[in-house]
Write a protein that binds this ligand. Structure first.
Ligand SMILES: Cc1cc2nc3c(=O)[nH]c(=O)nc-3n(C[C@H](O)[C@H](O)[C@H](O)COP(=O)(O)OP(=O)(O)OC[C@H]3O[C@@H](n4cnc5c(N)ncnc54)[C@H](O)[C@@H]3O)c2cc1C
Length: 320
């Protein structure tokens, strides 16, 4: 079986989510990786250390910034040449945009947001959450057609880079005439903290914070432990936080190592966005709050008392 990993990168570095794809159990499969962009040669070093048989670089000024159209065209052409059995991408905003486009262009089977992928003995199966995470569907791919799969970030551990590995690198030429869209400008967000989809730790606040100003309690705690700040939809709707922080069914889906929910009830739509977190901590005044059913650790208490104490403890630990 021939597998192709799409190596997403940003500002000259491989994305964490892309590196995790190399940690999937590939067995005897022949694993290839492709990096597309402008000036992607420096990625060959770190990619080679992750254990692939062959690395393909698609270099073009037209790929200097991501657009679904240009990357879809470039990777579509390359995938037709390489003819892999499976294409893997991370379920990031880019992967979510690119994978369905590739599947449509290449008439491939598609499974997105998978939390488990099995490539045993030539049979490909994948598991993906459905019904807002209340159930998991097992997807079996029939026939020989190409399979395009996106994998939810932080569900697989990235392999340790091994500097003794070497990789065969090929340059791939593609033709990208007449692009209908062009990226004019990227306006950076003013968020100084990690994005919730990339963070290993998230501290989330809910409606109970009561105001945008009170969210400084959550921010201070997050900063003391290097976490991102998340929000329930109720807090976003109340104007306490920007939408980019919203976790849940209509917000972002996250899977951090630690998720700390402060004054969040645990409505099903919120759980849909964070239930695959590795460790869940809940702080809530109501011992019956649904979030406690999912939490690994719970503190029944007032967040306005508990969170500052945790912040102080974290700061003391950082100092010592
Ligand atoms: C179609 C649809 C999509 C939705 N999508 C999302 C989504 O993406 N994300 C999302 O979050 N929600 C979503 N919702 C809304 C969801 O149903 C809930 O209304 C929302 O999650 C509640 O937010 P909350 O937990 O902050 O507020 P509440 O449900 O009001 O809970 C507040 C909690 O804080 C506790 N509390 C109060 N004071 C304190 C204190 N001082 N200290 C500690 N605890 C305290 C209370 O006991 C309570 O449990 C969606 C709803 C619909 C219908």
């Amino acid at each position: 079986m021939k597998i192709l990993i799409i190596a997403e990168h940003k500002n000259g570095a491989l994305s964490e989510a892309a590196m995790e794809l190399f940690g999937l159990p590939f067995g005897q499969a022949e694993v290839h990786a492709v990096a597309a962009g402008e000036g992607v040669e420096p990625l060959a070093g770190p990619l080679g250390q992750l254990g692939v048989a062959k690395l393909h670089l698609i270099n073009s000024p037209a790929l200097a910034s991501y657009t679904g159209e240009s990357f879809g065209q470039a990777l579509g052409q390359f995938i037709q040449q390489l003819a892999p059995d499976v294409v893997l991408a991370a379920h990031t905003p880019q992967g979510r945009d690119l994978a369905p486009r590739l599947a449509a262009v290449l008439d491939a089977a598609l499974a997105t947001d998978c939390i488990q992928v099995s490539l045993d003995g030539g049979q490909v199966t994948a598991r993906r959450p459905v019904y807002a995470g209340k159930a998991t569907a097992e997807v079996e791919f029939n026939g020989d057609s190409l399979k395009v799969i996106t994998v939810r970030p932080r569900t697989v551990k990235a392999p340790e880079p091994d500097a003794s590995r070497s990789v065969e690198v090929t340059e791939v030429a593609v033709e990208l005439p007449g692009q209908k869209t062009a990226l004019k400008e990227i306006i950076a967000s003013d968020n100084v903290r990690p994005d919730v989809t990339e963070a290993a730790i998230i501290v989330t606040g809910g409606r109970s914070l009561g105001s945008a100003e009170n969210f400084s309690i959550i921010e201070n705690f997050a900063d003391s432990i290097g976490a991102a700040v998340g929000s329930s939809r109720a807090a976003v709707d109340a104007g306490y936080r920007p939408y980019r922080d919203q976790v849940g069914q209509t917000g972002k889906v996250v899977s951090p190592q630690v998720y700390i929910a402060c004054g969040v009830s645990g409505a099903i739509q919120h759980l849909a966005g964070m239930r695959t977190s590795k460790h869940i901590v809940a702080i809530n005044t109501d011992p019956e709050a649904p979030i406690f059913q999912l939490a690994d650790y719970g503190i029944v208490g007032d967040l306005f008392e508990v969170v500052p104490q945790l912040t102080e403890a974290a700061k003391n630990r950082n100092r010592s």
